[in-house]
Design a protein around this ligand. Sequence first.
Ligand code: SF4
Length: 345
Amino acid sequence: MPSAETFKALLRVQDLTREFVSRRGLSTRHLVAVDRANLTISADQHEILTIAGESGSGKTTLARMMLGLVEPTSGHMLFKDRDVSHITGGANRKWFRRQVQPVFQDPFATFNPLRRIESYLYETVGNYGVAPRKTADEPIERALNAVGLSLREVKGRYPSELSGGQLQRVSIARALITDPSLLVADEPVSMLDASLRMSVVNLFRELKARQSVIYITHDLATAYYASDRVAIMLRGWIVELGPVQKVLGEPKHPYTQLLKTSVLEPDPRQKSTERVSLATSDEGSFVRVGCRFADRCPHVMDICRSVEPPDVPVDGRLVKCHLYESQSSTEEAAEAAAPLVASAT
Ligand code: SF4
């Protein structure tokens, strides 16, 4: 097993931060949507890394930065050792876009109801120079086959003639046309019926044979089912990061523990019986000193109200919490933060 020092990184996110400023009258508010996020995806082993959190946690902003759609305020992002933190245009941007493809939440909004489905696929082939027009069918067929469809099935059809599940598959096929190294899927099943969700989640598991996937979701049940590793976000922070069996099986951070008891279902094919909202969108909590969970944490201590908690390695994962502070060591921290290839046991 390679050490945490020797793995090659596909994507390295270092202290990535995005701040938004809103002005209301004479007052100005600063909202740090993502605060010094650190993540690494290995180049040596494909994985599904889930970024999970409630609405307002910063997960979608982090995803959009990783797609190059939102510029970070500070921090860095390296993809295949190239700094892509502020990709603006030209060949570099095209190269990055070919390598890192998005899958968006709403397949119904992705496609214009008046355009034939295949036009999007041919357009992608052309935009990225994947193949000349006369051989464009080949990469399209390959991508559609990978999601269980064929060109014959979709050619000539309009979005309204396909089901939501089929449309999301076409949307994923469009993302696969450039043969990307990484898919970033933002809530890709949240608009689908429960009956279709698992088939799309299973599709991502199959696609892991071809590339890594970053799966953004508020749904811990599908996260548990689909992921290799999971990062839990709370108010702009990653508060727990590690292998899914550890983070969701035996959570250490008080917030992850609360999430698990509130919303996690052991079997995502079963219907949810109860959803407890843990959404916390009060802007004050993003800028408060100390721990951003202090107002609701059952283990809160004096230090939590004045000092930001460190990232502490605990049992193979990183936990941002004062409770575990005395257990930390630099070596363990590096191992706990490392991607699957270096951290799996
Ligand atoms: Fe709770 Fe303190 Fe840990 Fe925050 S740092 S989660 S308040 S124990």
